[in-house]
Design a protein around this ligand. Structure first.
Ligand code: 16G
Length: 245
Protein backbone atom coordinates (compact mmCIF):
# COMPACT_ATOMS: atom_id res chain seq x y z
CA UNK A 1 0.00 0.00 0.00
CA UNK A 2 2.98 2.23 0.12
CA UNK A 3 4.28 1.44 -3.33
CA UNK A 4 6.09 4.38 -4.86
CA UNK A 5 6.80 5.75 -1.38
CA UNK A 6 4.66 8.06 0.73
CA UNK A 7 6.82 10.96 -0.33
CA UNK A 8 5.71 10.51 -3.93
CA UNK A 9 2.11 11.36 -3.16
CA UNK A 10 0.49 14.74 -2.46
CA UNK A 11 1.99 17.69 -0.63
CA UNK A 12 2.61 18.68 2.98
CA UNK A 13 4.93 17.25 5.63
CA UNK A 14 6.17 13.69 5.01
CA UNK A 15 4.66 12.22 8.17
CA UNK A 16 1.22 13.58 7.22
CA UNK A 17 1.54 12.04 3.76
CA UNK A 18 2.48 8.72 5.32
CA UNK A 19 -0.41 9.06 7.75
CA UNK A 20 -2.79 9.59 4.85
CA UNK A 21 -1.41 6.55 3.00
CA UNK A 22 -2.05 4.37 6.05
CA UNK A 23 -5.53 5.86 6.51
CA UNK A 24 -6.37 5.20 2.85
CA UNK A 25 -5.12 1.61 3.16
CA UNK A 26 -7.48 1.06 6.09
CA UNK A 27 -10.38 2.78 4.30
CA UNK A 28 -9.81 0.67 1.19
CA UNK A 29 -9.64 -2.50 3.29
CA UNK A 30 -6.04 -3.23 2.25
CA UNK A 31 -5.34 -3.25 5.99
CA UNK A 32 -8.26 -4.71 7.97
CA UNK A 33 -9.23 -4.47 11.66
CA UNK A 34 -6.77 -6.45 13.77
CA UNK A 35 -4.11 -6.59 11.01
CA UNK A 36 -0.56 -5.95 12.10
CA UNK A 37 1.22 -2.94 10.68
CA UNK A 38 4.63 -3.67 9.13
CA UNK A 39 7.54 -2.99 11.49
CA UNK A 40 8.86 0.54 11.83
CA UNK A 41 11.93 -0.35 9.75
CA UNK A 42 9.87 -2.03 6.99
CA UNK A 43 7.48 0.91 6.86
CA UNK A 44 10.40 3.33 6.57
CA UNK A 45 11.88 1.26 3.71
CA UNK A 46 8.54 0.80 1.94
CA UNK A 47 7.58 4.46 2.15
CA UNK A 48 11.13 5.67 1.64
CA UNK A 49 11.08 7.92 4.70
CA UNK A 50 13.04 8.01 7.95
CA UNK A 51 12.04 6.00 11.01
CA UNK A 52 11.41 9.28 12.85
CA UNK A 53 8.78 10.11 10.24
CA UNK A 54 7.21 6.66 10.60
CA UNK A 55 7.15 7.01 14.38
CA UNK A 56 5.43 10.39 14.13
CA UNK A 57 2.75 9.18 11.70
CA UNK A 58 2.07 6.04 13.75
CA UNK A 59 1.94 7.99 17.03
CA UNK A 60 -0.65 10.30 15.47
CA UNK A 61 -2.82 7.43 14.26
CA UNK A 62 -2.63 5.73 17.67
CA UNK A 63 -3.74 8.99 19.29
CA UNK A 64 -6.66 9.16 16.86
CA UNK A 65 -7.72 5.61 17.59
CA UNK A 66 -7.11 4.16 14.12
CA UNK A 67 -4.14 2.10 15.31
CA UNK A 68 -3.55 0.34 18.63
CA UNK A 69 -0.20 -0.56 20.14
CA UNK A 70 0.06 -3.89 21.91
CA UNK A 71 2.97 -4.15 24.33
CA UNK A 72 5.61 -6.46 22.98
CA UNK A 73 3.73 -7.48 19.83
CA UNK A 74 3.58 -4.37 17.67
CA UNK A 75 0.99 -2.03 16.19
CA UNK A 76 -2.36 -3.12 14.81
CA UNK A 77 -5.34 -1.64 13.03
CA UNK A 78 -7.86 -0.97 15.83
CA UNK A 79 -11.07 -2.97 15.92
CA UNK A 80 -14.14 -0.87 15.24
CA UNK A 81 -15.86 0.23 18.45
CA UNK A 82 -18.96 -1.69 19.30
CA UNK A 83 -21.94 0.64 19.22
CA UNK A 84 -23.91 0.90 22.43
CA UNK A 85 -27.65 1.51 22.56
CA UNK A 86 -29.42 3.43 25.26
CA UNK A 87 -33.16 3.55 25.68
CA UNK A 88 -34.69 6.99 25.73
CA UNK A 89 -37.72 5.96 27.75
CA UNK A 90 -36.29 4.75 31.07
CA UNK A 91 -34.31 6.71 33.61
CA UNK A 92 -31.14 4.73 34.15
CA UNK A 93 -27.56 5.51 35.07
CA UNK A 94 -24.53 4.86 32.90
CA UNK A 95 -23.37 2.17 35.34
CA UNK A 96 -26.72 0.35 35.14
CA UNK A 97 -26.86 0.66 31.34
CA UNK A 98 -23.45 -0.86 30.82
CA UNK A 99 -23.86 -3.53 33.51
CA UNK A 100 -27.08 -4.69 31.83
CA UNK A 101 -25.09 -5.25 28.64
CA UNK A 102 -22.38 -7.12 30.48
CA UNK A 103 -19.84 -4.36 29.75
CA UNK A 104 -17.26 -3.41 32.36
CA UNK A 105 -17.72 0.20 33.50
CA UNK A 106 -14.82 2.45 34.31
CA UNK A 107 -14.68 6.19 34.83
CA UNK A 108 -11.75 8.56 34.92
CA UNK A 109 -12.46 11.65 36.97
CA UNK A 110 -10.97 14.89 35.70
CA UNK A 111 -12.98 17.11 38.04
CA UNK A 112 -14.56 16.55 41.46
CA UNK A 113 -15.17 19.42 43.81
CA UNK A 114 -17.29 22.24 45.24
CA UNK A 115 -17.31 25.52 43.33
CA UNK A 116 -18.98 28.90 43.14
CA UNK A 117 -21.89 28.24 40.79
CA UNK A 118 -22.36 29.90 37.41
CA UNK A 119 -25.66 31.71 36.94
CA UNK A 120 -26.84 28.84 34.69
CA UNK A 121 -26.22 26.40 37.54
CA UNK A 122 -27.88 28.61 40.14
CA UNK A 123 -30.95 28.91 37.97
CA UNK A 124 -31.20 25.32 36.77
CA UNK A 125 -30.51 23.73 40.13
CA UNK A 126 -32.47 26.33 42.12
CA UNK A 127 -29.52 27.01 44.43
CA UNK A 128 -30.03 29.32 47.37
CA UNK A 129 -27.78 32.33 47.97
CA UNK A 130 -24.26 31.31 48.99
CA UNK A 131 -24.82 27.66 48.16
CA UNK A 132 -21.92 25.89 46.41
CA UNK A 133 -22.25 23.66 43.39
CA UNK A 134 -20.78 20.14 43.30
CA UNK A 135 -19.20 19.34 39.95
CA UNK A 136 -18.23 15.93 38.65
CA UNK A 137 -16.31 15.62 35.37
CA UNK A 138 -15.73 12.10 34.09
CA UNK A 139 -14.59 10.18 31.09
CA UNK A 140 -16.90 7.19 30.93
CA UNK A 141 -15.71 3.91 29.48
CA UNK A 142 -17.21 0.54 28.65
CA UNK A 143 -14.89 -2.45 28.27
CA UNK A 144 -12.02 0.01 28.14
CA UNK A 145 -13.52 2.02 25.24
CA UNK A 146 -14.06 5.71 26.00
CA UNK A 147 -17.72 6.46 25.19
CA UNK A 148 -18.62 9.77 26.75
CA UNK A 149 -17.53 12.78 28.70
CA UNK A 150 -19.96 13.80 31.40
CA UNK A 151 -20.00 17.00 33.41
CA UNK A 152 -22.57 16.92 36.17
CA UNK A 153 -23.58 19.78 38.45
CA UNK A 154 -25.54 19.18 41.65
CA UNK A 155 -26.44 21.24 44.65
CA UNK A 156 -23.58 21.26 47.17
CA UNK A 157 -26.12 20.31 49.83
CA UNK A 158 -27.16 17.20 47.99
CA UNK A 159 -23.57 16.13 47.32
CA UNK A 160 -21.44 17.82 50.01
CA UNK A 161 -18.33 15.67 49.36
CA UNK A 162 -17.99 15.29 45.59
CA UNK A 163 -14.28 14.48 46.01
CA UNK A 164 -15.28 11.22 47.71
CA UNK A 165 -17.38 9.99 44.79
CA UNK A 166 -15.72 6.96 43.32
CA UNK A 167 -18.33 4.85 41.54
CA UNK A 168 -21.90 5.46 40.43
CA UNK A 169 -23.40 8.88 41.10
CA UNK A 170 -26.96 7.49 41.11
CA UNK A 171 -25.95 4.84 43.63
CA UNK A 172 -24.46 7.52 45.90
CA UNK A 173 -27.64 9.59 45.55
CA UNK A 174 -29.77 6.53 46.26
CA UNK A 175 -27.91 6.06 49.55
CA UNK A 176 -28.98 9.52 50.71
CA UNK A 177 -32.54 9.15 49.40
CA UNK A 178 -31.95 11.52 46.47
CA UNK A 179 -32.08 9.21 43.45
CA UNK A 180 -33.92 11.04 40.67
CA UNK A 181 -37.24 9.60 39.49
CA UNK A 182 -37.83 11.75 36.41
CA UNK A 183 -35.67 13.56 33.87
CA UNK A 184 -35.88 15.79 30.85
CA UNK A 185 -33.26 15.12 28.24
CA UNK A 186 -32.25 17.24 25.27
CA UNK A 187 -30.06 15.85 22.51
CA UNK A 188 -28.17 17.98 20.02
CA UNK A 189 -25.14 17.54 17.80
CA UNK A 190 -21.75 19.21 18.14
CA UNK A 191 -18.18 18.73 17.02
CA UNK A 192 -15.68 17.82 19.73
CA UNK A 193 -13.06 20.35 20.74
CA UNK A 194 -9.39 19.35 21.00
CA UNK A 195 -9.33 18.41 24.68
CA UNK A 196 -12.58 16.39 24.71
CA UNK A 197 -11.59 14.67 21.46
CA UNK A 198 -8.23 13.71 22.96
CA UNK A 199 -9.94 12.31 26.07
CA UNK A 200 -12.28 10.25 23.88
CA UNK A 201 -9.46 9.08 21.62
CA UNK A 202 -10.97 10.49 18.40
CA UNK A 203 -9.74 13.23 16.10
CA UNK A 204 -10.59 16.78 17.07
CA UNK A 205 -13.64 17.98 15.22
CA UNK A 206 -15.20 14.50 15.32
CA UNK A 207 -19.00 14.56 15.79
CA UNK A 208 -20.63 14.00 19.17
CA UNK A 209 -24.13 13.78 20.59
CA UNK A 210 -24.56 16.33 23.33
CA UNK A 211 -27.08 15.25 25.94
CA UNK A 212 -28.33 17.56 28.61
CA UNK A 213 -30.21 15.88 31.39
CA UNK A 214 -32.05 17.66 34.16
CA UNK A 215 -33.31 15.13 36.65
CA UNK A 216 -35.81 15.55 39.46
CA UNK A 217 -36.90 14.07 42.78
CA UNK A 218 -40.56 13.14 43.22
CA UNK A 219 -40.96 16.44 45.08
CA UNK A 220 -40.02 18.35 41.93
CA UNK A 221 -36.63 19.43 43.25
CA UNK A 222 -33.85 19.33 40.65
CA UNK A 223 -31.14 16.76 41.38
CA UNK A 224 -28.62 17.14 38.58
CA UNK A 225 -27.85 19.17 35.52
CA UNK A 226 -25.57 17.00 33.40
CA UNK A 227 -24.09 17.77 30.03
CA UNK A 228 -22.66 14.69 28.33
CA UNK A 229 -20.83 14.32 25.07
CA UNK A 230 -21.19 10.88 23.55
CA UNK A 231 -19.05 9.68 20.67
CA UNK A 232 -21.29 9.72 17.61
CA UNK A 233 -19.49 6.65 16.24
CA UNK A 234 -20.22 4.56 19.32
CA UNK A 235 -23.63 5.47 20.62
CA UNK A 236 -27.26 5.12 19.53
CA UNK A 237 -30.26 6.39 21.41
CA UNK A 238 -33.34 4.28 20.85
CA UNK A 239 -36.94 5.16 21.67
CA UNK A 240 -40.07 3.09 21.34
CA UNK A 241 -42.94 5.01 19.78
CA UNK A 242 -46.64 4.23 20.15
CA UNK A 243 -49.62 5.44 18.25
CA UNK A 244 -51.14 8.50 19.90
CA UNK A 245 -54.37 7.68 21.76
C1 16G B 1 -26.13 8.81 32.71
C2 16G B 1 -26.82 10.16 32.62
C3 16G B 1 -26.23 11.17 33.56
C4 16G B 1 -26.11 10.62 34.96
C5 16G B 1 -25.31 9.34 34.93
C6 16G B 1 -25.17 8.68 36.28
C7 16G B 1 -27.29 10.17 30.18
C8 16G B 1 -27.25 10.91 28.93
N1 16G B 1 -26.80 10.73 31.28
O1 16G B 1 -24.90 8.81 32.08
O2 16G B 1 -27.10 12.29 33.57
O3 16G B 1 -25.47 11.54 35.80
O4 16G B 1 -25.95 8.40 34.06
O5 16G B 1 -24.35 7.54 36.10
O6 16G B 1 -27.75 9.06 30.18
P1 16G B 1 -23.62 6.78 37.25
O7 16G B 1 -24.65 6.45 38.29
O8 16G B 1 -23.05 5.58 36.60
O9 16G B 1 -22.59 7.68 37.82
Amino acid sequence: FLSGGAAARGGGPLYLRLRRSIESAVEAGVLGPGDALPSERDLADLADVSRVTVRKAVRDLVAHGLLKRRQGSGTFVALPVERVEQSLSVLTSFTEDMARRGLAVRSEFFDRGLYEPTSEETMTLGLSAGEKVARIGRLRMANGNPLAIERASLSGRMLPHPEELDGSLYEALDKVGARPVRAIQRISAALLDDSDAARLGVSSGAPSLVIERISYLASGKVVEFTRSRYRADAYDFVAELRLAE
